[in-house]
Design a protein around this ligand. Structure first.
Ligand SMILES: Cc1cc2nc3c(=O)[nH]c(=O)nc-3n(C[C@H](O)[C@H](O)[C@H](O)COP(=O)(O)OP(=O)(O)OC[C@H]3O[C@@H](n4cnc5c(N)ncnc54)[C@H](O)[C@@H]3O)c2cc1C
Length: 285
């Protein structure tokens, strides 16, 4: 089912992001975790596409499995990295033949070792160009990414928001945000997006905090800030994994409750292919 159709009957959606497992051992682990998450009947699931342009075929195998074998409404991520128009047509035709109806269309990060994103030959420079191409040539429901604390490369919040408007005008049906920990950024972002004329759903992307080092790495990569009082508590207990886990999960539950109580149209969980925290948080909501 197209997610745009799902929106007609679901005021809020609850969804999970997965990435393709690297090897057979992680595939077994993945199966167990997905099994746990399926009990929660998510509205849809999404599968990332070779960050940095690697292992892209694994995304197609996994979306095929989740959509056709498990029967989940599945969103395939797809990026501009290494993608000429011909390659895009080939890939999207394939996704169509395996019944994928939903895409998350992204520019992608520069491949490993490269600092700046350079548009591939006969490819696209921005996600909005890819979205526009897909809009003109295909019938997928299309999601785009947004950044409540601004994309790290953007010179200003306003410039990033103007670029996001271009993305929505190009045909993005809904948006999923980059992870964040401070809800005030999300509320402020939604208010400003509405003023700019962006009227699509803006689904908050939430990562359950389960390990100190991991969160440190993610915040560094995405430029996301951790509220100081949470940072102090995590730092205090950084050598105690079970305490860090409990602080993180309690925080995320409160964060999700506040988002939903103030009108967020659901939650998209960055699961990192793990189920325990996501199940705990989901069940408490
Ligand atoms: C929900 C979500 C899922 C993701 N999944 C993946 C994944 O599966 N695989 C992966 O590799 N990466 C993924 N990413 C990361 C993403 O690829 C990076 O954040 C990337 O740097 C930007 O992608 P984008 O689609 O937001 O790019 P864009 O929307 O193209 O924006 C990139 C930058 O260019 C600027 N910009 C946009 N349009 C214009 C314009 N017309 N003129 C001038 N400047 C412009 C923007 O302000 C921004 O600074 C994901 C991110 C999110 C939030």
């Amino acid at each position: 089912m197209k997610i745009t159709e799902l929106f007609l009957s679901q005021e809020r959606t609850f969804s999970f992001e997965f990435f393709p497992p690297k090897d057979e051992i992680s595939a077994v682990d993945f199966g167990i975790n997905v099994g746990q998450l399926m009990r929660l009947s998510p509205s849809f699931v999404t599968v990332t596409y070779g960050a940095g342009g690697s292992n892209q075929h694994k995304t197609f195998d996994l979306v095929d499995y989740l959509q056709n074998r498990i029967g989940l409404t599945t969103v395939a991520h797809y990026t501009c990295v290494n993608a000429s128009r011909n390659r895009i047509v080939e890939d999207l035709n394939h996704l169509q033949t395996i019944n994928i109806e939903n895409l998350m269309l992204l520019r992608g990060d520069p491949p490993k070792g490269e600092e700046k994103f350079i548009a591939p030959k006969d490819g696209f420079k921005y996600a909005s160009d890819l979205i526009s191409f897909v809009d003109e040539n295909y019938d997928f429901a299309k999601a785009g990414a947004c950044y409540v604390e601004k994309h790290p490369e953007a010179h200003s919040f306003e410039e990033d928001l103007a670029n996001l408007k271009t993305k929505v005008d190009a045909g993005a049906d809904f948006l999923i945000s980059q992870l964040f920990f401070n809800n005030s950024y999300y509320f402020d972002f939604v208010r400003k997006a509405r003023k700019t004329g962006i009227n699509t759903r803006i689904i908050p992307g939430i990562i359950p905090i389960t390990a100190y080092r991991q969160i440190e790495r993610f915040t560094k990569m995405s430029g996301t800030k951790i509220p100081p009082e949470l940072a102090v508590r995590l730092e205090e207990h950084k050598d105690n994994p079970s305490k860090t886990y409990q602080i993180g999960v309690d925080y995320t539950i409160q964060q999700c409750r506040e988002l939903l109580a103030n009108g967020a149209p659901g939650i998209h969980f960055y699961t990192l292919n793990k189920s325990r925290a996501a199940v705990e948080i989901f069940e408490s909501l």
